[in-house]
Write a protein that binds this ligand. Sequence first.
Ligand SMILES: [Cu+2]
Length: 187
Amino acid sequence: MTVVPPADESAQVAARVERRWATMSIVIVLLLATAAALIGLQHATMPQGRVETIDAARLHLSGEFVESNLGTAVEPDGSVTVRAIGQQYSFVPDCLLVPTDTPITFRATSPDVVHGFLIVGTNINTMLVPGYVASIRARFSNPGEHLMPCQEFCGVGHEGMWARVKVIDKAEFTRLSAGKRRMSCAD
Ligand SMILES: [Cu+2]
């Protein structure tokens, strides 16, 4: 029987503990790498969760984006849907009216080329691609006016293509919207 000197014994304990922790770190790194690889594979092989398509050539004839259906609509649950079209070289409507403190869904598309949908002072920024519907949820806490320029070069009239978003107090919006099917700043 050999008697292990105390110093040697503690060195062995330290080595064992170090090995255990090193193994655990490697396992964690491998786990994360596997998760990242699987998620990457899933994204590469599956279609995006939400892609809405629409016939760009027939927008004006029927369906959600006919002119009479554009603008701000109050939904039965009190939320607000704003439908708009970006076209060479304007937005319809050219001023979007929305209330404060209300869940808002912007739905927009383009009948001709790619345009941009950007509301200055917010993080709302997307492309309007012909054939696809862009849908963005938003909520405004303060009344005010935001510029909404087209931020994708869309042709010779691009720099003149912009609209406005007018955010008004919820109470005033409720008063204005009574009995109206669709609204814009002109109402
Ligand atoms: Cu444009």
